[in-house]
Design a protein around this ligand. Structure first.
Ligand code: G6P
Length: 752
């Protein structure tokens, strides 16, 4: 109301001033126009009168003159006509003028001097008149003067009319302005602000309601994103506080981001944490809006970020993307995540040859198929091995440079790209606590023996203080392999290797994801709305939806999965046009022919099966062949009846856990390959053998027909597992294990 009262007088004054200025100009130009018109008409009439009056003056009588004057004097707007002799004596005058014209007007003498027509405005009988006079001649001598008198009161009347109308316009405009301003302020400012205030009040009272949609679309839109994220943070903080209280009450040991933060701070005791991986957490690429940051498709990246954020550590990784060099400083470093920087990323550059030999060659054509029993033959080339060694040395040099100023640093090395790195680091910095986490399976000793450089790899790995895998079976395989290949002592009772008096602990730490505790995100749409959105995106109206999310890799069993879907439709045709399977397939490692062939094979297989069953409005398999962000995939996780994970062999498989974490509605079925690390934890998934197509088809039917109650019980139990064994626990236990290791002081003294 206050705003309205303040705004209306300002608008009223402004509009009145503008309207009056405009009206004044209009009156002025109207007057000018009317006068010009009058003067022109007076001149024409006087000239025609002159032609009539001059002969009468010469030969006619006074009566004749009077008649002419009367006849002309009655014209419109004409007040009268008068004729005077050269001495100023009136000869004839129209009766309307009466005695006002007995004496000639003041311009009379001017006419005689100038001998030409003259017009002037004069005050006669209390009204302004326009007078036009012309000399009358006889043989070029002035013998008289003709005067025409015009009444100009109609010009004033016209101006008065304009002013009157202006006044009414101003009144009407003011009324309109008052109405519109009150309406606009009420609907677009006061209304939304009242609603936002109510929303905030609800929030303060602990009621989680979505931000009013109509306001998000109004001029308060920019505020809505900030407010909604503030609300989200508040809800999360409340949930965390509640959870903390529950934990204290139950004496439970659930890991949270806050607990990880506190634990890492305590464990590091002032030292710093350094993580090394081949794949970087953020890649910079050229996009439509310039350089854009992208999170690559890698479970490892998802899992490690919370640790780095918790302790502001340094992540050392290969800068593989096209615009990576443009975003680092002179030391090849940058702060990430781009939106809210919490840790440092140090990029290492590799030549094309190094990348081909170390990454595509030795790591991905050699070690990857060697460790995954997926029946793709490993290829080992001496050249690749050379590059693998050089790149490990290059990374070692960079890590040593980064940890130079750090006292007793923690170094967490990731994966099969860096088997030689632990020893290279430990040789120079025995005070560093070094762990390597092997994210992929470790095969049995017979399988690993295929590698011509088996001993060198094991020797490199045993430089670490801690070697970790996802599951105990991989730890056992590793210890068996070491026992059969190297001179060393295995301490089976505490799962450790003693080689040349250096101890390496071997431990299982199953990696995981975070499971948000916030019960219902304020920004999230309801399950029903979400499902409707997803189906709208697919452009179909089906009853059942399945989802698969993978890098396109031969270990993931994508083709087997498609064949199971085909078999399912063969066996249960009643599901035709009722069920669609959506596969997100991120192309991966495309420099390797096996991966190119696989990408084509996956697309061809999806196409073949689709063509076999599809109808005009429905497709059995929809394949999205590009990298999708987690935000793009999550709605599909939430909408799906089941998620299908069919890896032929997998260290853990985080997709299965991401799916469980996304199902806050406690619905949805997980179909999971028995050859994943995750199958050892998620006992309530429907386990399948991806080589058994019929069994998988049958499991799809079971998933689609499972009663709601059973689905919920299974999902609740899986969510409990993921909640308790979350990524914070993985990181916390890994770091605490590493921090408790007794470093070999003899080695430290020798190298110092
Ligand atoms: C697996 C590996 C990771 C790797 C990821 C993606 O999960 O364990 O180390 O980052 O695949 O593969 P890429 O070769 O693209 O990094």
């Amino acid at each position: 109301m206050k705003l309205t009262l303040r705004l209306i007088p300002i608008l009223a004054v402004a509009i009145t001033i503008v309207t009056f200025i405009v009206a004044q100009n209009q009156v002025r130009s109207e007057k000018r126009g009317l006068r010009a018109d009058l003067e022109r008409r007076a001149e024409i009439l006087a000239e025609s009168l002159q032609e009539t009056v001059e002969p009468v003056l010469q030969w006619g009588s006074v009566d004749q003159l009077q008649r002419i004057v009367e006849r002309f004097g009655s014209r419109e707007r004409l007040a009268g006509v008068a004729v005077y002799n050269e001495k100023g004596k009136v000869l004839a005058v129209s009766s309307k003028l009466g005695s006002h014209a007995n004496n000639p007007p003041s311009v009379f003498t001017q006419i005689k001097e100038q001998d030409q027509g003259i017009g002037a405005y004069e005050q006669i009988a209390q009204s302004t008149m326009y007078i036009y006079a012309l000399p009358l001649h006889r043989e070029s001598k002035i013998v008289g003067v003709l005067f025409t008198f015009y009444d100009t009161s109609y010009i004033e009347a016209q101006s008065a009319r304009i002013w009157r109308e202006t006044l009414w316009h101003v009144v009407a405009q003011l009324l309109l302005i008052i109405l519109i301003t009150s309406f606009v302020i009420r609907w677009t400012i006061v209304g939304p602000i009242t609603r936002v205030a109510k929303w905030m009040r609800d929030l303060r009272n602990g009621k989680v309601v979505p931000f009013p949609l109509r306001i998000a679309e109004s001029f308060l839109g920019p505020l809505s994103t900030e407010a909604a994220s503030l609300a989200q943070k508040l809800a999360e903080a409340r949930a965390a506080a509640k959870e903390e209280a529950q934990l204290r009450e139950a004496g439970d040991s659930l890991w949270t981001a806050e607990r990880l933060h506190a634990s890492i701070e305590r464990r590091l005791r002032g030292s710093s944490l350094f993580v090394v991986s081949n794949r970087e957490p953020y890649q910079h690429v050229y996009g439509g809006k310039g350089i854009e940051a992208r999170v690559p498709a890698s479970g490892l990246v998802t899992a490690l970020e919370p640790i780095l954020c918790a302790c502001d550590g340094t992540w050392i990784a290969y800068g593989s993307a096209e615009a990576d060099r443009e975003t680092v400083d002179a030391q090849d470093r940058l702060r990430v995540p781009p939106d809210h920087p919490h840790y440092t990323l140090r990029r290492i550059w590799l030549t094309k040859e190094e990348e081909n030999g170390y990454y595509f060659g030795f790591a991905n054509e050699g070690l990857w198929p060697l460790c995954h029993i997926a029946h793709t033959r490993p290829v080992f080339r001496a050249d690749d091995w050379e590059h693998y060694q050089r790149v490990n040395e290059k990374f070692a040099a960079a890590v040593l440079e980064e940890i130079a100023g750090a006292d007793r640093p923690f170094v967490l090395i990731q994966d099969f790209h860096f088997a030689l790195l632990p020893r290279l680091i430990k040789a120079k910095r025995p005070d560093a606590r070094v762990a390597i986490f092997w994210h992929i399976p470790w095969p049995n000793p017979e399988a690993f023996r295929i590698c011509p450089w088996e001993r060198e790899l094991l020797n490199g790995l045993l430089g670490a203080d801690l070697v970790s895998f996802h599951i105990q079976a991989h730890c056992n395989n590793f210890l068996d392999t070491v026992e059969q290949s190297l001179e060393c002592r295995i301490e089976w009772d505490r799962f450790a290797v003693n080689r040349n008096d250096h101890f390496t602990l071997v431990r299982a730490h199953p990696i995981s994801v975070g499971l948000p505790e916030c019960p219902e995100s304020v920004m999230e749409v309801s399950p029903e709305e979400n499902r409707a959105d997803v189906l709208a995106k697919l452009g179909s109206d089906i009853l059942f939806l399945g989802v698969g999310v993978d890098r396109v890799d031969y270990t993931k069993g994508i083709v087997e999965r498609f064949r199971a879907i085909e078999r399912f439709f063969e066996k249960y045709p009643q599901y035709l046009e009722q069920f669609t399977f959506v596969q997100f397939g991120a192309p991966s490692r495309l420099n390797i022919k096996r991966y190119q062939d696989l990408l084509n094979e996956v697309a061809a297989e999806a196409d073949r099966i689709s063509r076999r069953f599809q109808t005009e409005k429905w497709r059995p398999i929809v394949l999205f062949s590009r990298h999708h962000s987690h935000e793009e995939i999550e709605p599909f996780y939430r909408a799906a009846n089941f998620c299908f994970v069919t890896s032929l062999h997998d260290g853990m498989n985080l997709v299965s856990k991401e799916f469980v974490a996304a199902r806050k509605d406690q619905d949805g079925v997980l179909i999971l390959s028995q050859f994943t690390g995750a199958s050892r934890e998620l006992h309530d998934a429907l386990l399948v053998n991806p080589y058994d197509i019929d069994q998988m088809a049958e499991t799809i039917r079971r998933a689609l027909e499972m009663p709601l109650e059973e689905r919920c019980v299974r999902m609740q139990r899986m969510r409990r597992v993921v909640r308790e064994h979350n990524v914070y626990r993985w990181a916390g236990e890994l770091i605490s294990e590493l921090s408790e290791i007794r470093l070999d002081t003899r080695e430290m003294v020798e190298t110092r």
